[in-house]
Design a protein around this ligand. Structure first.
Ligand SMILES: NC(=O)c1ccc[n+]([C@@H]2O[C@H](COP(=O)([O-])OP(=O)(O)OC[C@H]3O[C@@H](n4cnc5c(N)ncnc54)[C@H](OP(=O)(O)O)[C@@H]3O)[C@@H](O)[C@H]2O)c1
Length: 263
């Protein structure tokens, strides 16, 4: 199936990189289903697409729930699926150990529940969505492309071990699935952004001045001297969809990258 024949499902399509991707595809006249948890912004996206006559509709999903993901794909029944982009995820800054001299308490450690929450959302979510997409592509008999989203932190990152480990898992799923699914004409490509200068980052900086100062130091270490714009990551995702010889690979969109720890 060529990239223009069916719908592209963008999971995590109500905000950030997912929304930029959904907008870019729909703006080019390519049918899109944007899925995320039910929210006012998902409703507003559906209304604005209708107003503008964009080929975009929305569906609810919680990627941490197998039954919710199954329901999402059931609701697509009959709609040929060209591509599935999975962007739902979030970062967590949490060290494994916090020493007593920082806050006068005993050594504090990474809370287990926060580890589980990040792995659930970033890694298990990718597994559930990727599994359902692969089955949909295989049943159609047309093949298709799954785009996963990791992060340039995937090889390991100071102060973000749960997130980095989950994203390394996403890269590993991408490579393993590309090996398994090529024979069915299914491609699997991972896009790994560096820091993205989007709405979420700006909101976090506004409420946490220390984080904003840290990011400013980090920005100076990026060889291109700036963070990515959402549309630049979206462009890499669209490239991953359209280039029919890409599979099992990671497209790093990080402006040249940066060292792990910035003081
Ligand atoms: N922004 C960055 O600097 C950056 C850098 C590297 C990698 N990344 C990765 O890029 C991806 C997108 O990041 P972003 O910054 O664009 O995030 P974002 O602005 O927070 O958008 C995330 C999207 O995922 C949806 N989502 C979150 N939890 C969900 C769930 N349980 N089920 C279904 N949908 C869910 C959100 O909508 P609801 O919350 O309303 O459901 C939203 O549509 C993530 O995987 C992130 O780890 C981001």
């Amino acid at each position: 199936m060529s990239s223009g024949d069916g719908v592209t499902l963008v999971v995590g399509g109500s905000g950030g990189i997912g929304l930029a991707t959904a907008r870019e595809l729909a703006g080019a006249g390519r049918p899109v289903v944007a899925a995320a948890r039910p929210s006012r912004r998902l409703d507003e996206l559906a209304r604005s697409a209708q107003r503008e006559g964009c080929p975009l509709r929305t569906l609810p999903v919680d990627v941490t729930s197998a039954s919710s993901v199954a329901e999402l794909f059931a609701r697509l029944d009959g709609t040929p699926l060209t591509a599935c982009v999975h962007t739902a995820g979030r970062n967590l800054s949490r060290r494994l150990l916090v020493p007593p001299e920082e806050d006068g308490q005993d050594w504090r450690t990474h809370p287990e529940q926060e580890w589980r929450d990040i792995v659930d959302l970033c890694l298990t979510g990718t597994f559930l969505v990727g599994r359902a997409a692969a089955k949909a592509f295989a049943r159609q008999g047309t093949g298709g492309v799954l785009v996963t989203v990791a992060s340039s932190t995937w090889p390991g990152s100071w102060g973000q071990s749960a997130y980095s480990a989950a994203k390394a898992g996403v890269v590993s799923l991408t490579r393993s699935w590309a090996l398994e699914l090529g024979e069915y004409g299914i491609r699997v490509v991972c896009v790994a952004p560096g820091v993205v200068d989007g709405e979420a980052l700006r909101a976090k900086c506004a409420s946490r001045p220390r984080h904003a100062a840290y990011l400013e130091r980090l920005r100076r270490h990026v060889p291109l001297g700036r963070f990515a714009a959402e549309h630049e990551v979206a462009a890499a995702i669209v490239h991953a969809i359209d280039n029919e010889y890409l599979t099992g690979t990671v497209l790093e969109v990080h402006g040249g990258g940066f060292p792990g720890r910035i003081d």
